[in-house]
Design a protein around this ligand. Structure first.
Ligand code: NAD
Ligand code: AKB
Length: 315
């Protein structure tokens, strides 16, 4: 990776990935791009920032050729809850955007990172110890775009030799940028509420168990996979990765160890509950461990401690 483009760069992952990549590969070598303007100088300085709709192939091509891009982290997407509200737009952005990026990767020999999700699974998938290779019949439009994306990445690798790699991320927890409209967003919202009002009304049931990961581990996973020895990769794409698995009740109990007055109530949103109920409880990520040495650093107690420290510093 010498010249890197990150699409969807102002989002929850992109806003942190840009900084990590710029520290490692040099600010001028990491280009940030998003359909939205950058919210602060952090993304536009010291490295380049571009306004880009990933559905616009000619602008994408212009950015890639003018800057000799060799690697694309393609993060631009609509997430699960927003996608259910706008299924046609979700298909358009998630699929046509990815097709454009894959075509550019084919034409200009770029490597690609594509983040899939626990959403690529459905109710017929084994929900505990979910295997790497298993039934994938998601019931959400977001999940359908993720399975299709995984398959397209495999297709472009086998058919055209595009070095397309990817992870199935669980819900990601971070303090820098609010999540963009997913089902696991509660696990970030709860920290803001705990600091501000010591109370959170959760939109998922108390016993909804889902895989989760803290952002430093998510960034490390993406970069480690993209720099891994390709001869060791049997799957290459769509690796299950997880760091912890908990329910809202368990997360609240961990927060209460630091903020004893914190309380949680449940005001269930049927749409997001149905989405969460269709996802696995805990994935098996042994393929990632074996093939490229995946190992999370943060478990639930370590993540909560660090989140509260960062949130208090920010507020
Ligand atoms: P996010 O919603 O925070 O950010 C997505 C970004 O894409 C936004 O900044 C948005 O402006 C941009 N975008 C939307 N439409 C666009 C378009 N047409 N052209 C260019 N940019 C556009 O999402 P995120 O949490 O940063 O997720 C990034 C990727 O990781 C997505 O593919 C998502 O599905 C995947 N993922 C995220 C999580 C998570 O918990 N955050 C978990 C699993 C997978
Ligand atoms: C969402 O909830 O939509 C995302 C995801 C797990 O893909 N956080």
């Amino acid at each position: 990776m010498k010249k890197i483009l990150v699409t969807g760069a102002t989002g929850q992952i992109g806003s942190e990935l840009i900084m990590t990549l710029r520290n490692r590969y040099g600010a001028g070598n990491v280009l940030a791009a998003d359909i939205k303007p950058a919210l602060n100088d952090e993304l536009t300085q010291p490295g380049p920032y571009y306004r880009l709709d990933v559905r616009d192939l000619s602008t994408l091509k212009q950015i890639v050729t003018a800057n000799n891009i060799d690697t694309i982290f393609h993060l631009a997407s609509l997430l699960s809850a927003v996608a259910e509200q706008k299924p046609q737009q979700a298909w358009d952005v998630n699929m046509n955007g990815l097709m454009n990026v894959l075509e550019i990767c084919r034409e200009y020999r770029c490597a690609l990172f594509f983040p899939s999700s626990i959403a690529a699974f459905g109710t017929e998938t084994p929900s505990m110890d979910t295997p790497q290779d298993t039934i994938q019949r998601p019931t959400t439009i977001y999940g359908i775009t993720k399975v299709s994306g995984e398959l397209l990445c495999d297709y472009y690798f086998h058919r055209f030799g595009v070095d397309a790699r990817g992870l199935r991320y669980p819900g990601l927890i971070s303090s820098k940028t609010l999540p963009g409209g997913g089902t696991t967003d509660y696990a970030v919202d709860i920290f803001y509420a705990a600091i501000k009002s010591q109370h959170y009304a959760c939109f998922l049931r108390a016993d909804t168990q889902l895989d989760m990961m803290y952002m430093p581990d998510a960034l490390d996973a993406a970069i480690t996979l993209m720099t891994a020895d390709s001869t060791q990769l049997k799957h290459r794409n769509a690796f299950n990765v997880t760091a912890m698995s908990f329910t809202p009740q368990q997360l609240a109990a961990e927060i209460q160890k630091h903020i004893p007055e914190f309380t949680i109530t449940y005001s269930v949103d049927p749409l997001r509950q149905a989405i969460a109920d269709s996802w696995p409880r805990h994935m098996n990520d042994s393929a990632a461990r074996t093939e490229w040495g995946w190992q999370a650093q943060f478990d639930l107690p370590a993540m909560v401690k660090d989140m509260l420290l960062n949130m208090r510093l920010l507020n």
